[in-house]
Design a protein. Structure first.
Length: 223
């Protein structure tokens, strides 16, 4: 994004991987990413496999008030559309499936795709781990993604992303959908394609845009 102090993350080149690098990387150890990098991954899946460079400025206004759009962000395909579809179906099961860890992120009437995360925090110098980071990142509506939200919590209690970050995600995402006036959209069937036309409606839209202060907190979530 070009912001001061932005980290590039940690990902050793494949040629330097040890025999244990693959299994440890698969559970998130031996690598490090920023929340924005993780958001970019989920947004790429939501975009059908096309990565778009994140940015924080849409444009600037001149002296007469006219908006001068910023240059178009860079983009490129990084995964195949069918791979993005498969991942979306898997992320749907995390939230809406009977055994998923992200049930607390569900929003009535909407299909939410996302994933919980619970990571040990490494001690500087590589002497082990101390404490946890919990997260939930996802997008909605799953069949026609419009909004992606990421929540990362430092040393929450309990430590699990499904118990802490997921409920927070629900509050933020629900508020965003309300304010932007985004309806449920089509339903993505199990194993189906988010690009498939003619799918039935996803349900009743959320109430109209909320005013500041009038969105109640979810039960059990501390303010």
């Amino acid at each position: 994004m070009g912001l001061p102090g932005e980290s590039s993350g940690i990902l050793p080149p494949a040629r330097a991987w040890s025999a244990t690098q693959l299994p440890t990387a698969a559970i998130g150890q031996g690598v490090a990413v920023t929340p924005m990098q993780m958001m970019s991954v989920y947004s790429t899946v939501a975009n059908g496999g096309v990565w778009v460079q994140p940015r924080i400025i849409a444009g600037q206004r001149d002296a007469s008030g006219r908006l001068q759009p910023a240059a178009a962000p860079r983009s490129r395909r990084v995964i195949r559309p069918e791979t993005a579809q498969t991942l979306t179906s898997m992320l749907l099961e995390v939230v809406g499936g009977s055994t998923g860890t992200g049930a607390a992120a569900a929003i009535p009437g909407y299909q939410v795709a996302g994933k919980t995360g619970t990571a040990q925090k490494p001690i500087p110098g590589g002497a082990g781990y101390s404490g946890y980071t919990a997260s939930f990142i996802g997008f909605a509506p799953a069949a026609n993604p419009q909004v992606a939200v990421g929540v990362v919590l430092d040393d929450p209690t309990p430590i699990w992303g499904g118990s802490t970050a997921a409920p927070t995600f629900k509050i933020v995402m629900q508020n965003a959908l309300q304010r932007l006036g985004i309806g449920p959209g089509p339903v993505l069937p199990a194993g189906g394609s988010p690009l498939q036309p003619g799918l039935p409606s996803g349900g009743t839209p959320l109430p109209g845009p909320a005013r500041s202060g009038d969105v109640p907190m979810a039960p059990g979530v501390a303010e």
